[in-house]
Every structure is written in structure tokens, then in C-alpha cells.
Design a protein around this ligand. Structure first.
Ligand SMILES: [Mg+2]
Length: 404
């Protein structure tokens, strides 16, 4: 029996927002790594991992499901962002160890490959329709078949400048205001332009970032129906998901949702009532490979597909964990892309390779990715890592915050 002898955490990226778990064992040279990154609460996750470590010392590494359940209930309160991330980091590391012991990649232990590579979708954006069109063409020529289209920044297409917004005379010092009607005008016009110029070859998606009032969200989904999106992402905030029933009654625009989900009760009704088409939980926020594999299986029975969240603040280990689940899942739909800098890739021997719209894995035992701890330490800038990071705030004309 191989036993856990310790759990180390490694904080890196220049700004210190990536956190990795290294589970050590009593077998010489045998360890596993996992992702426990959280852009905004990194130090909290690190402390929580230290808190559960004594509980796991001496445990049999082979009992992945049992250890998952053990961490899950260890703090009494559960299904939150912190405990899920702790569970996920340790869970990935245990799958990495199991694969190394078996001499097989993790996807083989999950049932073997159902595809030769993992399709990823690109993020195209532009401040003008012409810039966006050029960016979509660039990704299309690179080989991507699915491309996300955004006008400018987060919430782009819905902003009015201060004068246009007609805010109160005692307005707060905000330069712009988010306006639902501007969004309802500009985003359908964006897709009209793209379909007119590019036809229906590229499969297109759009992320609403939950900025609209629910009734306007329903209207947007209807307005976008003629442009036949691959999916419309985050149309509603997690607090308003019941509105998906109305969206379904009103139109056929495919819906993708879930990157903020942490509790099974958030995604269960959407999957079992077939109210969404793609579930987008982040592997590390969904409790790791063990739990996301269960979600993928559930999706299969209800005809829903997976589109695990990746994107900007995620890391190469979480990406690799998602790839192993994708490879072995019949419910796989697509995975979000990531772009890492060369000096970031350099920390991770065996990292996945993104080329022409596909993510390629390797055949090494376990997750197939490692972390160079010395390089990881050297990359981190202590001054930037000491800072706190917060989600950007968008506001309406009277100053009210828009849910991100
Ligand atoms: Mg999103």
C-alpha cells in the first residue's frame, strides 16, 4: 500500500495567482501534482490545503473516491469554492499518482480515448466590427472551427459613455455605464456583420457574462437565433437559472452555462431538465477529475455536452486534467482555449500543445505534466504576489453593480 506522507503547495505565475498541490508518498520518487489555482483567493486555498493535510497523512493513495468524500465532509460545511478547489487539487494529484503506479495515462484509467485530440475554441475580439472580423479570420485560418466573438472588453457592446448614459447629476466616478438596450442592439448587429462577411463556415459563440436582466437575456437568445450560434454562454447569472426554462420555450439558440457553479444543485436541474446544451464547470472548481467525470457521465444520459471552463486565469495543470476527462468522455463537446507565455510553459514539462484548434496530450503515465519547482519559485514576483486581486466592476447608469 502506498501512503501519503505530505502535501506541499507551490505558488507561482508572476502575480502569484497560480497554486499547485504536490502529494508526496512513501515510495521513492512517486508524487502527484494538481491544480488549486484561484485568481482572487489564492492564499485562502493555500491555508485550507494546509488545514486538511494532517487528515490525509498515512492514507492509502489508491482510495481516491474515499479521500474525496473525506475532504468533502471534513469541514462540515461543503460545496463551496474553497473546499472544492482543495478537493480538486488533491484529487488531480491522486489520479496522477494512480496513473504513474499503473504505468498508464489517466484517460486510460477513465475508460480510454473516445477521440484522438481535444477540440478547443478560440477567443476573438475587437473594438470595432472590422477588428473582430479580422481576428475571427485569423483564428479560422489557424485551424479553429469554433470561435468566441466579443466586442471589446468584458460586457463589450453594452457600454455607453457618461454623456450618453444620462446618469444622475451626483454620479459616481465611473467613465461608462452598462445598458441592456445597447447590448441588445449591438450584439445581434455584430453577428449580422460576421455572418454577412464570413458565412456559416466558422462556428461562433458569444459570452454574455451574465450582464443582462433576465427578460432581456431571453430576448437576446431569440434575437441571435438566425445566426445559428455554436452556443451562447453565461446568458443568465447563477441566481437566475430558472429563466432557462423560458429561454428553451422561446428559441433554439444553444446554451452554455456553469463556470461559476460549485454546488451540484446548481447544475443538476439544468442537465436533467435539458435546459442547457453545454456545461462549463471549471474542473478545479467542480471538485476535480473524480467529480467532473461524474458530471460528464450525467451529461451523456441527458444529451448535454461538456465545455469545461479554461480561459485567462487558469493554469496548464487544470487544462491537462480537463483534457484527460475530455479524452475519455462521450459527452465531450469542446474545451475553452488557454494561452500561456513561453516562460510559463517552461515550468511544466509535458504540458499540452495547442495547435490549429486542437489540444494534444502525451502518453506519459499519470497526468503527463510536471512542475519545475525551482523555475516556479523564480517566476513569482513577491511584490505582485503580496497584492490582492479583485474582479473588475461594471456598473449601470445609476452606479448599481452588474453581476459578472
Ligand atoms: Mg463565461
Amino acid at each position: 500500500m502506498t501512503k501519503i506522507t505530505g502535501i506541499e503547495t507551490i505558488r507561482t505565475r508572476v502575480d502569484g495567482t497560480w497554486l499547485f498541490v504536490k502529494v508526496l508518498t512513501d515510495q521513492p520518487g512517486l508524487y502527484g501534482i494538481g491544480s488549486a489555482s484561484d485568481h482572487y483567493r489564492c492564499k485562502v486555498i493555500q491555508t485550507a490545503i494546509e488545514t486538511v493535510t494532517p487528515l490525509l497523512i498515512g492514507r492509502d493513495v489508491s482510495r481516491i473516491e474515499d479521500i474525496w468524500q473525506s475532504i468533502h465532509t471534513s469541514g462540515y460545511w461543503r460545496n463551496d469554492s474553497v473546499v472544492n478547489t482543495v478537493q480538486a487539487g488533491i484529487d488531480m494529484a491522486l489520479w496522477d499518482i494512480k496513473g504513474k503506479e499503473a504505468g498508464m495515462p489517466v484517460y486510460q484509467l477513465l475508460g480510454g480515448a473516445t477521440r484522438s485530440a481535444v477540440a478547443a475554441y478560440a477567443h476573438a475580439s475587437g473594438d470595432t466590427l472590422g477588428e473582430l472580423e479580422d481576428d475571427v479570420r485569423r483564428y479560422w485560418e489557424e485551424g479553429y472551427t469554433v470561435i468566441r466573438c466579443q466586442l471589446g472588453p468584458y460586457g463589450g457592446g453594452g457600454f455607453l459613455d457618461r454623456a450618453e448614459a444620462r446618469g444622475p447629476k451626483n454620479h459616481w466616478p465611473q467613465e461608462r455605464a452598462f445598458d441592456d438596450d445597447a447590448y441588445l442592439e449591438n450584439v445581434p448587429a455584430m453577428f449580422a456583420h460576421l455572418r454577412d462577411k464570413l458565412g456559416f463556415g466558422p462556428k461562433l459563440t458569444h459570452d454574455v457574462h451574465e450582464h443582462l436582466a433576465p427578460h432581456n437575456a431571453v430576448q437576446l437568445a431569440k434575437l441571435l437565433e438566425p445566426y445559428r450560434l455554436f452556443f451562447l454562454e453565461d446568458l443568465l447569472s447563477p441566481e437566475q437559472v430558472s429563466w432557462y426554462r423560458l429561454v428553451r420555450q422561446q428559441c433554439t439558440t444553444p446554451q452554455a452555462m456553469g463556470e461559476l457553479f460549485i454546488n451540484p444543485h446548481e447544475y443538476l436541474p439544468l442537465i436533467t431538465e435539458r435546459l442547457i446544451d453545454f456545461v462549463r464547470v471549471r474542473i478545479s472548481k467542480g471538485g476535480g477529475i473524480t467529480n467532473c467525470r461524474k458530471i460528464a457521465t450525467l451529461c451523456e444520459w441527458f444529451g448535454v455536452q461538456t465545455a469545461w471552463q479554461e480561459g485567462g486565469d487558469n493554469d496548464p495543470v487544470n487544462q491537462m486534467a480537463a483534457i484527460h476527462v475530455d479524452l475519455a468522455s462521450s459527452s465531450f463537446g469542446i474545451q475553452e482555449e488557454n494561452h500561456f507565455k513561453p516562460e510559463e510553459y517552461d515550468l511544466f514539462p509535458g504540458h499540452a500543445v495547442l495547435e490549429g484548434g486542437y489540444l494534444y496530450h502525451n502518453e506519459q503515465p499519470g497526468l503527463g505534466i510536471d512542475i519545475d519547482i525551482e523555475k516556479a519559485k523564480a517566476l513569482l514576483d513577491p511584490e505582485r504576489a503580496a497584492k490582492s486581486y479583485y474582479m473588475a466592476e461594471d456598473r449601470r447608469r445609476d452606479g448599481q453593480i452588474v453581476r459578472p
